[in-house]
Design a protein around this ligand. Structure first.
Ligand code: SAM
Ligand code: SF4
Length: 432
């Protein structure tokens, strides 16, 4: 979402004459868009500002703006710790960025952290989304009302807000006109999308089915979803929709019902397994990925083993796992922490198992011809990059004419993260 937001901020500041520069030593303004989900990201922000300060030691000071969730959560504290920062702007205040830059005064720090999500999107809807990457993000929903005990999102992104249905379709049509072929619909809780226009209710399934009518679009994905909002209409899309990809990132966080309860996740492992089975019944090709928090306060060996059992049952093909990071202000940050060494051991164990399933899936594709959406040519190489239906990276020998197109690629080898191969000319010609 930060990538989407950064692009939209860029579309905005262009209107007051700011353009991207790749020259680090020649900027009038630095904007750091930040993530607060785990602690490391905050420290990265300070490291980066330190680098800017050093670089501009004998030069005119650039305007330094910190945007995003770290800005929202830490605002005044950040300026105290790093006075080189001039402006703090939270995720729901981006619509004010041009005014803030235009009124910039070196002596007066500015902090904008109000939750004005509706005003922000009303403003951004008037500015064309210039993204033209083959695969592009589109935010449809922001914020969260679920308050999982470990998570900062409800405090940094604010309450759930769903953008108007027609505005999303307009933005998608515009992106398709720009040459976008794949849309990744975004939200912290994307499947909680709910928009009411007069008496008509629109959900994520309605959006998917409407978006796939846009002729130029080949693929639709969405992320990140919550098991509680996996309703039947959305599950049906895995058989009804022609363009929804057969891959779902559905975080569970833990395979232990005790831990899910402590996390305030409001669903049980059984519910997750039921969703898994229902989706597989609709379309057996669908593969799953997930997020896991390891060493959540109260996690015992038996709870961790439940998580491993779940991994072995579902065989996720790609997942993210993190050691619990206590986030200031969240209920879980006040609880007794699991011993760091135990958490590390558990993390290594789960990652080893997850990687085996990822590798196994990739190996099963070696020797076959798979559909790839070709995104770009690799820099300084005569090779191309694209993704298969499961969102794996594919690097292959091909030709420029395939960029922005669906092409068949014959896979000849793989590692855990990337598949390698050659364009399958015969199959592509038959398809043409
Ligand atoms: N809304 C999604 C859900 O409900 O599963 C997750 C969105 S959250 C922004 C992205 C991921 O960050 C989570 O799935 C979780 O695994 C991880 N995460 C969030 N807070 C964390 C924390 N305090 N410590 C470690 N990982 C965390
Ligand atoms: Fe955070 Fe997701 Fe829980 Fe919302 S549902 S509080 S975004 S983990």
């Amino acid at each position: 979402m930060n990538e989407y937001d950064t692009n939209r901020i860029y579309d905005t500041v262009k209107n007051i004459g700011y353009f991207k520069t790749s020259d680090y030593s020649d900027a009038d303004c630095f904007l750091l868009n930040t993530c607060h989900i785990r602690d490391k990201s905050k420290e990265k922000v300070f490291d980066e500002i330190g680098r800017v300060r050093k670089n501009y030691k004998n030069k005119k000071k650039p305007i330094v703006i910190v945007a995003g969730c770290v800005a929202q959560a830490e605002s005044g504290e950040m300026i105290k710790r790093e006075p080189y920062i001039d402006i703090i702007i939270g995720p729901q205040s981006y619509h004010k960025i041009n005014k803030v830059i235009e009124n910039f005064n070196l002596k007066k720090k500015q902090e904008l952290t109000e939750f004005e999500t509706e005003d922000k999107f009303n403003y951004l809807d008037k500015i064309k989304n210039n993204d033209s990457k083959v695969s592009s993000f589109l935010t449809i929903q922001e914020g969260c009302d679920k308050f999982c005990s470990f998570c900062v999102v409800p405090y940094t992104r604010g309450p759930e807000y769903s953008r108007p249905f027609n505005k999303i379709i307009e933005e998608a049509e515009n992106l398709a006109n720009n040459g976008v072929k794949e849309l990744i619909l975004l939200g912290q809780n994307v499947n909680a999308y709910f928009y009411k226009d007069k008496e008509k209710i629109f959900k994520l399934s309605d959006l998917i089915l409407e978006l796939e009518k846009i002729k130029e679009l080949d693929r639709i994905r969405y992320t990140t979803s919550h098991p509680k909002d996996m309703t039947d209409d959305l599950i049906d899309c895995y058989s009804n929709s022609k363009k929804l990809m057969p891959f779902i990132h559905l975080p569970i966080q833990s395979g232990s019902n005790k831990i899910l309860k402590l996390m305030n996740r409001n669903h049980r492992v059984e519910k997750y397994l039921e969703i898994y089975k229902l989706i597989k019944q609709k379309n057996h090709k669908v593969e799953f990925s997930s997020d896991f928090i390891i060493g959540y306060p109260g996690e015992l060996d038996c709870d961790f083993n439940d998580t491993i059992n779940l991994v072995n049952e579902i065989k996720f093909i790609n997942s993210y796992s993190f050691i619990f990071s206590p986030r200031p202000g969240t209920p879980a940050s006040k609880l007794n922490q699991v011993d760091k060494e135990i958490s590390k051991e558990r993390l290594i164990k789960i990652q080893t198992i997850l990687e085996q399933y990822q590798m196994k899936k990739n190996e099963s594709l070696v020797g076959s011809s798979i559909e790839v959406l070709v995104e770009n040519k690799l820099k300084n190489q005569n090779k191309f990059f694209g993704r298969n239906v499961f969102q794996n990276s594919v690097i292959f020998e091909g030709q420029d004419k395939y960029i922005g197109k669906l092409a068949n690629v014959k896979i000849d080898k793989t590692n855990r993260n990337t598949l390698f191969g050659k364009i399958d000319e015969n199959k592509n010609m038959r398809a043409a």
